[in-house]
Write a protein that binds this ligand. Structure first.
Ligand SMILES: *[C@@H]1O[C@H](CO)[C@@H](O)[C@H](O)[C@H]1NC(C)=O
Ligand SMILES: *[C@@H]1O[C@H](CO)[C@@H](O)[C@H](O)[C@H]1NC(C)=O
Ligand SMILES: *[C@@H]1O[C@H](CO)[C@@H](O)[C@H](O)[C@H]1NC(C)=O
Ligand SMILES: *[C@@H]1O[C@H](CO)[C@@H](O)[C@H](O)[C@H]1NC(C)=O
Ligand SMILES: *[C@@H]1O[C@H](CO)[C@@H](O)[C@H](O)[C@H]1NC(C)=O
Length: 389
């Protein structure tokens, strides 16, 4: 009786002892998190997955803290939508990555089309950043201060900020953010910088420019909008991230999703699992990589199908919140159940945490993979022997 019970329990163990955020923390990261937005607030299944099971210890608002949402007209600030995400993070006890202060997209016409002098645009930048960062002071683990300043060839993008102020706009932005919330980690965030190359080198140049000017920059975010089979290897990502941490900043994967050409196949889902595992493993292997954020966890809310027509299925769960192989790829990277790392023993489940997880995990149990199941069986056999003796 007792032995049967223990054996039965063992099959649930792999998904119980280590949900994504809990496993990330056990492995030494600060968080595993996700982008989210208020469009999902009425979706009970999504909200349960967002706050339950210890999968997501951090959230990032997808849109509601961007310039067009916060200051749609000169000196008209609207914080309602951003506040809703900040409140959700507080309610769920999740870290908040705040996103973003300066970006050439989702920027109102009154800014992008304005007839600015260097002095007038500096004033507008400082007012926007000071007002927004002050509003959220104490609530943001990190701010993406400047987003996507670079072209793919490593030159600065010709947006209104660069055209009027040159690269000084980046200094102005980081200075204003640092003054408004000295405790928030200040990040530069971009894509196409996840592997060595001219764009990554140029992003390192931004870090050096700020450090040389004694202006605070704490981190660099790598978005990680990858394609299945096109994800840089663990070694490539680690080498790249280490070039940044060597400059004295922390790093994070900030917007991970891995899209495929539709319709999806089992082979593509398997490759996607490898690719997610690769990226999570790269963060884990990089000293001072603090966490991984997915750009939503549920295909229902993915930006991919509308942005890259013909592609999709980019997230770690389906539109009905079913865990995909990619979910278990991330979990394997964090728990060390990958073929590579057979030495990491998971700790026994914390019973306080496992009680709700046990129920929630039943739908994902069939998707458990071999290494996890074998590990669970071994644990339970030891447990069973203990009971018998
Ligand atoms: C832009 O402002 C300058 C003075 O700052 C003025 O001379 C110029 O006519 C303005 N251009 C437009 C298109 O309004
Ligand atoms: C770099 O890319 C930008 C944007 O595509 C382009 O306008 C610019 O001419 C390129 N510069 C060089 C030196 O290739
Ligand atoms: C959820 O989605 C998966 C894959 O898309 C499908 O196999 C499963 O039947 C769905 N479950 C429900 C309850 O709709
Ligand atoms: C596993 O090890 C191989 C060979 O050492 C390496 O190429 C690969 O990147 C590793 N995978 C992970 C997930 O660490
Ligand atoms: C078990 O979980 C509870 C609730 O999350 C926590 O307070 C406690 O510190 C945990 N104990 C251990 C040993 O991890």
């Amino acid at each position: 009786m007792q032995i049967n019970q223990a054996l039965k329990l063992s099959f649930l163990l792999p998904s119980v002892y280590a949900q994504l955020h809990g496993a990330a923390k056990t492995a030494g990261l600060l968080y595993f998190g996700t982008e989210t937005e208020s469009v999902s607030f009425g979706d009970a299944a999504y909200q349960a997955a967002l706050k339950g099971n210890d999968d997501f210890g951090q959230i990032t608002p997808g849109n509601s803290m961007k310039w067009d949402a916060i200051q749609p007209a000169p000196n008209t600030f609207t914080f309602t939508a951003g506040d809703a995400i900040a409140d959700l993070a507080a309610t769920n006890n999740q870290l908040l990555r705040c996103h973003n202060l300066v970006w050439h997209e989702q920027l109102p016409d009154w800014v992008s089309g304005g007839n600015w002098t260097a002095a007038s645009l500096t004033q507008v930048l400082q007012n926007h950043i000071t007002t927004e960062v002050t509003h959220y002071k104490g609530k943001c683990y990190a701010w993406d201060v400047v987003n996507e300043a670079l072209n793919d060839n490593g030159t600065f993008g010709n947006d209104v900020f660069f055209n009027v102020l040159g690269s000084d706009y980046i200094k102005i932005a980081f200075q204003a953010a640092a003054a408004a919330d000295p405790a928030a980690k200040l990040y530069y965030n971009d894509f196409g910088t996840e592997f060595p190359g001219v764009k990554s080198t140029a992003a390192q140049g931004i870090v050096k420019m700020l450090k040389d000017a004694n202006i605070k920059i704490d981190g660099v975010g790598f978005q990680g909008h990858f394609t299945v089979g096109g994800t840089p290897s663990v070694a490539t990502q680690v080498t790249n991230m280490e070039a940044f941490t060597a400059l004295g900043v922390e790093v994070a994967i900030t917007e991970l999703d891995i899209r495929m050409t539709l319709p999806q196949t089992d082979a593509m889902l398997a490759q996607q699992k490898t690719d997610y595992q690769t990226t999570a493993a790269a963060c884990l292997a990089t000293k001072n990589c603090v966490g991984v954020t997915v750009w939503d966890f549920d295909d229902k809310y993915s930006w991919v199908p509308s942005t890259f027509p013909g592609t999709g299925s980019a997230d770690i769960m389906t539109a009905n919140v079913t865990k995909k192989p990619a979910y278990f790829g991330v979990l394997q990277a964090f728990t060390g159940t990958a073929a590579n790392s057979t030495t990491t023993m998971p700790s026994m489940p914390n019973m306080t945490v496992t009680a709700p997880s046990l129920r929630a995990s039943s739908s994902g149990a069939s998707a458990l993979d071999k290494p996890g199941m074998i590990l669970g069986m071994l644990l339970s056999l030891i447990f069973a022997m203990f009971i018998v003796s």
